[in-house]
Design a protein around this ligand. Structure first.
Ligand code: ADP
Ligand code: ASP
Ligand code: MG
Length: 404
């Protein structure tokens, strides 16, 4: 007998028929003698709908109240799924994040799980019940509801699997597994049999939203046996694990991120301390800076460009304007019409020419590169947003990723 954590995403529980399909799948695992803990997301577009409802009332609500609102979506799903399992004759109980002991820090809308008090879940499992837990939510030390960030139910599931020492954590979604690119952008993308934690973490962080990036971090840290698979068909998924064997594939996938914007500061004094001043001001506001580019100094002046998440652009611009005196730039320019397109693969470190091949693909597609950043395991470029999808396809094609 095994202990399995199964997570079902929003599209997998979007309507009554799908809820029953999911319930039947859970039942079949349960009836084989396994202990099953299920994590659910809000149905379909519920979370987006709740965001719209909030905007009708107040366009700058407190993050605390936003978390109270958004967490309600998962509470609906967990009860409906429990009702479906009751109807199928299975012993079942649903628990909210706090009932399930999900302790987080107090960073509303982007909380991190600190620990999970698993006693309640364990008690219910000992009573031979299927336990359904609301994903995406937890409780902080002030007993306030928190949420883990968009897509965070994956992290709830992996963290639970780690805390319960589960044998397996299955992430059920609307595609068959992890592909070499988002199959919505590249229809002939290939499904990967397995992928290493490190490569998956990069892909997820660079925009492949099939997994919440924190979930991969937690899976790596606690060595969680993790699999991504379809809730719509019975087919082998993609295993995410520590891969030791030498990979024949240099590139594992292409990702695209639209939550990005570029800011440029012109004519900053070409002297020590300017980058320090600029980026400490942004860090104090918790703004994540990604790609940074500095021009060669000329006439004692230089330009600095960098990217931030588009969702932080407004705060970043306000902060910079307030601090213009300290930074001393002539102009602050910005461009939110950009996408970051990246290739990821552990094999690229020992294969020269990978970046050049990526740039050639973009040149052949007549796509201009605005910024570049590289690491041992990825190369990212910034392109115009309207060219983002074409860039993904051109690169995917150039590396022949459909035929891996
Ligand atoms: P869920 O509601 O199940 O959490 P998500 O929408 O969060 O589902 O994630 C699944 C989606 O991730 C897929 O429908 C797909 O469009 C997208 N996606 C992006 N990149 C990839 C990739 N490399 N492999 C598979 N799916 C991807
Ligand atoms: N319902 C949340 C969201 O839409 C969490 C999740 O789906 O994982 O982001
Ligand atoms: Mg998701």
């Amino acid at each position: 007998m095994a202990l399995i954590v199964q997570k079902f995403g929003g599209s997998s529980v979007a309507n009554a028929e799908r809820v029953f399909r999911v319930a039947n799948r859970i039942k079949s695992y349960y009836e084989k003698g396994n202990s099953v803990v299920v994590v659910v997301s809000a149905q379909g577009d519920t979370t987006d709908d709740l965001l719209e409802k909030a905007a009708e009332i107040n366009n700058a609500p407190s993050k605390r109240e936003m978390d109270v609102l958004l967490s309600s979506g998962e509470q609906i799903s967990m009860a409906l799924l429990a009702m479906a399992l009751e109807k199928l004759g299975c012993p079942v109980i649903s628990l909210t994040g706090w009932q399930a002991g999900m302790q987080t820090d107090s960073k509303h809308s982007a909380a991190r799980i600190g620990s999970i008090k698993t006693e309640r879940i364990q008690r219910e499992l000992d009573l031979k019940k299927i336990v359904i837990v609301a994903g995406f939510q937890g409780i902080d030390r002030y007993e306030d509801i928190t949420t883990l960030g968009r897509g965070g139910s994956d992290t709830s599931a992996v963290a639970l699997a780690a805390a319960l020492h589960a044998d397996l954590c299955q992430i059920y979604t609307d595609v068959k597994g992890v592909y070499t690119a988002d199959p919505r952008i590249v229809p002939d993308a290939a499904q990967l049999e397995d992928i290493s934690y490190d490569e998956m973490l990069e892909l997820a962080s660079l925009g492949a939203n099939v997994l919440h990036n924190r979930s991969v971090e937690v899976a790596k840290k606690y060595n969680v046996n993790m699999e991504v698979l379809s809730s719509f068909e019975e087919a082998p998924g993609t295993v995410v694990k520590e891969v030791n064997k030498v990979e024949k594939m240099i590139i594992r996938g292409v990702a695209r991120d639209n939550d990005v914007a570029r800011i440029s500061l012109t004519d900053i004094g070409d002297e020590p301390g300017k980058a320090f001043t600029l980026f400490s001001i942004l860090a104090k506001k918790n703004i994540n800076v990604d790609i940074i580019l500095q021009s060669i100094g000329r006439d004692n002046k230089k330009d600095i460009s960098f990217t931030v998440p588009e969702s932080s652009l407004e705060t970043a611009l306000e902060t910079l304007k307030e601090n213009m005196g300290l930074i001393g730039a002539k102009e602050i320019l910005h461009d939110a019409d950009v996408s970051k397109v990246s290739i990821v693969g552990a094999g690229m470190v020992s294969n020269p020419g990978v970046a050049a091949k990526m740039f050639e693909a973009l040149y052949n597609a007549n796509i201009n590169i605005k910024m570049i950043s590289t690491s041992e395991i990825k190369v990212s470029v910034l392109v115009a947003r309207k060219e983002g999808e074409a860039a993904v396809r051109a690169i995917h094609d150039k590396f022949n990723l459909s035929n891996i």
